[in-house]
Design a protein around this ligand. Structure first.
Ligand code: ADP
Ligand code: ZN
Length: 718
């Protein structure tokens, strides 16, 4: 079996990520490897896949029991025999595993370093005497061996003797966080033999980084959570006490939140962690004690209420969001006071040198929080990786690159308000600015010089600009049921050209929208129920059965039989055989109910999403849009047109929206009239730069297609 075949058969994935393939080939040919990959990058696969292909046993060194259990459960669900040995097990359980090892019935054995090399342990001798020899040793979280790292664990130093005990067995050291010094230290301490070093990009493109000033942080947090009501997230606090009080406050607001810190007894910790993994608790409020070994793939956000002690920790913690590759958020509340508070915490007693290292790291962390430039660039550069100046997906980039000199626009708006004697609402002012022929506009107003000076700006943009001007204090809305626009004390300077105004530019909607997968929401909910039921039966967290990505793919491509289901990410042979039929049933039922059919032929091989590069519009693309319109006019559904043309539903929706904007297609052909006010409302309050937040506030009843159509309609040229 080739590695690619094994990838499909055991893990249900069709392609390798990052450097996985090269790493795996090196291990298979007997070489030592050090692999650096970001959290969520897919490190485990780098030794799990060789483990299935190699003859003998793979030993995996891992620092935490929770981590081992999760991985072992995941492997067993995929039909790969794996086990761990640790102090939590009874002698009986341990003996059972020993017996299986003797029969070569286990492919991966997870161990803590002290279990392998601790004084009095006979395990090394036993493992060396196995009838089929050990064939690979994997060191997870390898940075724990270095005191230069942020998470030094003295017991990892025991691994220094590894090569003496197992001289000819390939060793693969893996870590998500290691600066240059730490990397060298790992190589030296483990004594790797001419190791191949693989450094993947540390960029986690699906995570949006934000830092907010730490003022009214609880209220800010509530706003943030309000937009993410059904999502899972982790909120990190510095102190144990604050985790508990914050969890209480959130519960009082109706959120399913729990606390986790090292001071809780083991039973409570295990119970709370389990509830989080099983989605019974949506929000875990925790100290940094929580998270290592949490492979939950659908964590949608990570919030830091306090400054972390170093970039390594921060990056690892934020990296717990979005392992499934879907868009996720990292939010940090920062106050310079935190730095002073933390100085005491990072000091290592009796070790001036180590204290110095940790203070330097704290300093780097504080610099990040106060950064005036792209956060992602800083993070990547910290890990010695080059990065462009703007990432477009951090708070700095999102606000910075889109600013432009809006003085002229502001002057037009303010003078319109002034000419209209501060007696009209935003709708009227915009129609007036755009020179609308509408009879609503009074004839005497059509005579004014300002009438029509803003015709080149779309309605939706004017709405945003007026809101922004109000936020900047150049305009104000009167109180009352029908607010009218009024000037402020700051208006005059702008009108006289004495003050410049910066506004945020619109981004094109299409580039962002095409990346969204359109899926059947109701079906997704049914699939989640199936997954939950299976998870309860198997007594494991739901995400170990299948990831959210797999469910979304099913709800998108509507596979109709086992062969089609095999193409869904995460369905290896064993999962297909065990759970395939259970997932197929709701899909076939749903498609029959709704007159839909399989769209699996639209599924490209490549699952990893790429940022879409916009091609310039050509006449060909005008034709392709029109082709979609023609089919739509023949009363075909958008899904059918997509299937017929071999394009995605999103693309067809964009085609049709284009004609709504041109006024050639009635918006009501794409959206029921009753839905329009709510969509308009959302656009007016949240802006039109990004569709995902709009979808989020509108909820499951509103599709991306409908939102897009209304946006196009609001932008239409009259
Ligand atoms: P890490 O240990 O680097 O933090 P994991 O090994 O937990 O990351 O992998 C993160 C997620 O990505 C897991 O859900 C894993 O199944 C998935 N994954 C790994 N490799 C691939 C791949 N080649 N294609 C699709 N998904 C993958
Ligand atoms: Zn950026």
């Amino acid at each position: 079996m080739t590695p690619t075949q094994a990838l499909q058969k055991y893990f249900g994935y069709s392609e390798f990520r990052h450097e996985q393939e090269a790493i795996i080939n090196t291990v298979l040919s007997g070489g030592d490897v050090m692999a650096l990959m970001p959290t969520g990058g897919g490190k485990s696969l780098c030794y799990q896949l060789p483990a299935v292909l190699l003859e003998g046993l793979t030993i995996v060194i891992s620092p935490l029991i929770a981590l081992m259990k999760d991985q072992v459960d995941a492997l067993n669900l995929a039909g790969i025999p794996a086990a761990f040995l640790n102090s939590s097990q009874s002698t009986g359980e341990q003996n059972e595993i020993i017996a299986k090892l003797n029969k070569n019935h286990i492919k991966l054995l997870y161990l803590a370093p002290e279990r392998l090399f601790g004084s009095g342990s006979k395990l090394v001798d036993f493992l060396r005497s196995l009838p089929v020899p050990v064939s690979q040793i994997a060191i997870d979280e390898a940075h724990c061996i270095s005191h230069w790292g942020h998470d030094f664990r003295p017991e990892y130093l025991m691994l220094a003797g590894l090569k003496d005990h197992f001289p000819n067995i390939p060793v693969i050291a893996l870590t998500a966080t290691a600066d240059k010094q730490t990397r060298q230290d790992i190589l030296d301490k483990l004594d790797l033999k001419s190791p191949a070093i693989f450094v993947s990009s540390f960029n986690r493109a699906n995570i949006t980084y934000r830092v907010n000033p730490k003022r009214n942080s609880f209220d800010q947090l509530l706003d943030f959570l309000n937009e993410r009501k059904d999502e899972s997230g982790i909120i990190y606090c510095l102190s144990r006490k604050s985790t508990e009080s914050l969890a209480d406050s959130l519960r009082a607001r109706g959120y399913a939140a729990d606390a986790y810190h090292a001071g809780l007894d083991n039973g409570t910790k295990a119970k709370n962690q389990e509830a989080f993994l099983r989605d019974e608790v949506k929000i875990m409020v925790a100290t940094v004690a929580f998270g290592m070994g949490i492979n939950k793939s659908n964590v949608r956000y990570v919030v830091h209420m306090d400054l972390p002690k170093n970039i390594e920790g921060y990056y690892q913690e934020t990296g717990r969001a979005g392992r499934d590759g879907l868009a996720s958020s990292a939010l940090l509340f920062y106050s310079p006071g935190d730095v002073i508070k933390l100085k005491g915490f990072v000091a290592v007693e009796g070790d001036a040198e180590q204290t110095q290292i940790m203070l330097q790291k704290l300093d780097d962390m504080a610099r990040y929080a106060a950064l005036p430039t792209c956060r992602r660039k800083y993070l990547l550069n910290y890990f010695d990786e080059p990065a462009p100046d703007h990432c477009g997906n951090c708070d700095i980039c999102l606000s910075e690159i889109t600013k432009f000199d809006g003085t002229l626009i502001a002057q037009k708006a303010l003078s319109a308000v002034s000419r209209l004697k501060e007696r009209f609402g935003a709708g009227y002012v915009i129609d007036f600015l755009r020179g609308s022929k509408n009879e609503k506009i009074r004839p005497e107003h059509k005579e004014l010089k300002t009438y029509g000076v803003g015709a080149n700006v779309s309605k939706a943009d004017w709405q945003r600009y007026l809101r922004e001007l109000a936020a900047l204090g150049y305009l104000q809305f009167s109180d009352g049921e029908y607010p009218v626009l009024q000037l402020t004390a700051k208006s005059e300077a702008v009108l006289k050209g004495q003050e410049k105004v910066e506004l945020i530019a619109t981004q094109t909607i299409e580039t962002l929208a095409t990346e969204e997968l359109p899926f059947e929401n109701e079906l997704l909910e049914r699939l989640k129920t199936v997954r939950r039921d299976i998870a309860v039966l198997e007594n494991v967290p739901a995400y170990l059965i299948l990831s959210d990505v797999a469910l979304i793919e099913m709800a998108t491509y509507l596979p109709q039989n086992l062969n089609e289901l095999r193409l869904i990410s995460g369905f290896g042979d064993v999962k297909l055989a065990r759970y395939g039929r259970e997932f197929l049933l709701p899909i076939t039922t749903y498609t029959a109910e709704h007159g839909l059919s399989s769209k699996i032929n639209l599924k490209g091989h490549k699952r990893e999403r790429k940022p879409k590069t916009e091609k310039p519009a050509t006449s060909r693309s005008a034709d392709t849009k029109r082709d979609s319109l023609l089919l739509f006019r023949q009363n075909k559904s958008i899904a059918d047109i997509a299937a017929e043309r071999g394009l995605s539903v999103t693309t067809i929706e964009s085609h049709l929206a284009h004609f709504v904007a041109l006024g050639e297609l009635d918006v009501l052909a794409m959206v029921p009239e009753v839905k329009i006010p709510a969509i308009k409302d959302a656009v007016e309050s949240y802006g039109a730069e990004r569709l995902a937040p709009l979808k989020e506030v509108l909820g499951a009843d509103y599709s991306y297609g409908e939102i897009k159509a209304v946006l196009a309609w609001m932008n239409r040229n009259e």
